[in-house]
Design a binder for this molecule. Structure first.
Ligand SMILES: Nc1ncnc2c1ncn2[C@@H]1O[C@H](COP(=O)(O)OP(=O)(O)OP(=O)(O)O)[C@@H](O)[C@H]1O
Ligand SMILES: [Mg+2]
Length: 235
């Protein structure tokens, strides 16, 4: 095994990320190492400011570490070309954020179909448009949103918006879903429903890496890692 990929969805080795602010350096990640098996649900908990979002941004190819290794589905990220990074980010990674990040000028169905569009050539997209639409509709139905497909995000409740974001994250059948405080902006009951939705997709085989400061939410995961002082500890 050349890079330790094997049956791992995510391998992180000795990851470092610091932010330089003027003359001071904030060392956020200081040698973070862990792995996520395919099909596993792992939660990372840590206090506000401990670097949870920073960690997800490295794994999701939204930012680059200063040092260390990230292997996604057996492939070392550092060795990828820019085009390959973009392709992997669009096709293999699903993001769910605290504040949804839906596009206000598009309706629900369009928001869900967008990643499927971005990850393909124009011609490929046109050829598969019908089946993609059907898949988006199926996902939205499973998430209880069939009667909301024409709504714009601003015409939805918070819980509905997050379910749209989950559908968008899942449309390309990503190898891993990265969720950053997915219930952080919701009341506790709606948050419970969102966690139930994520757990259900996990039971059906979806690999899931979630970061949260909420220990109760993390309790839903199969494994909990604690981020503290820039490093991970298993409790
Ligand atoms: N682009 C940046 N430039 C400078 N400092 C940053 C940047 N992004 C994050 N930080 C700092 O790095 C630290 C970790 O931030 P991060 O967003 O990863 O924390 P977090 O664990 O996700 O917190 P929260 O639970 O509040 O979302 C914080 O102290 C933050 O101020
Ligand atoms: Mg954060």
């Amino acid at each position: 095994m050349s890079n330790g990929g094997g049956n791992m969805a995510v391998v992180v080795r000795k990851l470092h990320r610091a932010y330089r602010m003027g003359r001071s350096v904030l060392r956020v990640l200081r040698g973070v190492s862990f792995q996520v098996h395919r099909g596993e649900f792992v939660a990372v908990v840590g206090a506000s400011g401990s670097g949870k979002s920073t960690l997800l941004h490295q794994i999701g190819l939204l930012d680059r570490p200063d040092k260390g290794q990230i292997v996604l589905d057996g492939e070392e990220v550092a060795a990828m070309s820019a085009a390959k990074r973009n392709a992997v980010r669009c096709r293999d990674i699903g993001f769910v954020f605290q504040f949804y990040h839906l596009l206000g000028e598009f309706n629900v169905l369009e928001n869900v179909m967008l990643p499927a569009q971005m990850s393909r050539s124009t011609l490929g997209w046109l050829m598969r448009r019908k089946s993609r639409r059907r898949e988006a509709m199926e996902l939205l139905e499973r998430l209880g949103l069939s009667d909301r497909i024409k709504h714009r995000p601003q015409e939805l409740s918070g819980g509905e918006r997050q379910r749209v974001a989950i559908a968008r994250a899942l449309i390309n059948r990503p190898k891993v879903v990265l969720a950053d405080e997915p219930t952080g902006n919701l009341d506790s009951r709606t948050g419970e429903q969102i966690m139930e939705v994520l757990s259900e997709f996990h039971r059906q085989g979806q690999t899931l890496l979630m970061v949260t400061h909420d220990a109760a939410l993390a309790g839903r995961a199969e494994r909990i890692l604690h981020l503290h002082d820039g490093q991970l500890k298993t409790k």
